[in-house]
Design a binder for this molecule. Structure first.
Ligand code: HEC
Length: 172
């Protein structure tokens, strides 16, 4: 009687054990397969998007470099004018080619980046008016905030290694 009971519980244990092993190995198998395809898909987007980001960065930095000036002459205004046109085009590519429909916040920040670039160009177009300099500088900050917010949203830590000496990105 005792022996039979022990045998039964042994069999039961073995059953549980093998079920556990089976489901574990199957799980692992599934996860691996999924991960592989995902990583490959992302990699392609990553390098393309990273290239686009580099261009965005270049134009952003051009406006940022002169944002401490007390006066913009024709040369500085040209930088604002050119950079904002480039940014508008680059942002449109970002919106179209690298949309993330499943991430509402990402989409919103992507659109915001375009809007702030467009506003920067509007300021350029009224550069003769009083206050245009301050408005242009304000737009640089507004634009920067969209960068920082999106990178923060995604957990991308570009700062401060990318922008040495920069502490105030408007986002903690
Ligand atoms: C809507 C989201 C979003 C916004 C807005 C955004 N970025 Fe990015 N940024 C990304 C993502 C995503 C990556 C990672 C790209 C990758 O490596 O695949 C990235 C990466 C970068 C990189 C690193 C590129 C590299 O070589 O790896 C730089 C530089 C950069 N962004 C600059 C900027 C600047 C400057 C702005 C604002 C003018 C900005 N980004 C706005 C999403 C955004």
């Amino acid at each position: 009687m005792e022996g039979e009971k022990a045998l039964r519980s042994k069999i039961l244990l073995m059953c549980i054990f093998s079920i556990a092993i089976f489901s574990l190995s199957e799980d692992r198998f599934c996860l691996c397969a999924e991960e592989n395809t995902q990583v490959e898909g992302e990699k392609e987007e990553k390098s393309e998007l990273a290239k686009l980001m580099k261009e965005i960065d270049k134009n952003y930095k051009a406006t940022e470099e002169i944002s401490g000036y007390y006066n913009y002459k024709e040369k500085e205004w040209k930088i604002i004018g050119d950079a904002s046109v480039n940014l508008i085009n680059l942002c449109k590519i970002a919106l179209k080619k690298f949309a993330r429909p499943d991430d509402e916040k990402y989409q919103k920040l992507n659109r915001m980046m375009l809007e702030e670039s467009e506003k920067m160009h509007e300021v350029y177009e009224r550069r003769e008016q009083v206050g245009a300099l301050e408005d242009a500088q304000w737009q640089v900050r507004r634009l920067r905030q969209t960068c920082a917010l999106c990178h923060k949203h995604l957990g991308i830590h570009l700062y401060p290694n990318l922008y040495p000496g920069h502490k105030d990105w408007g986002v903690k």
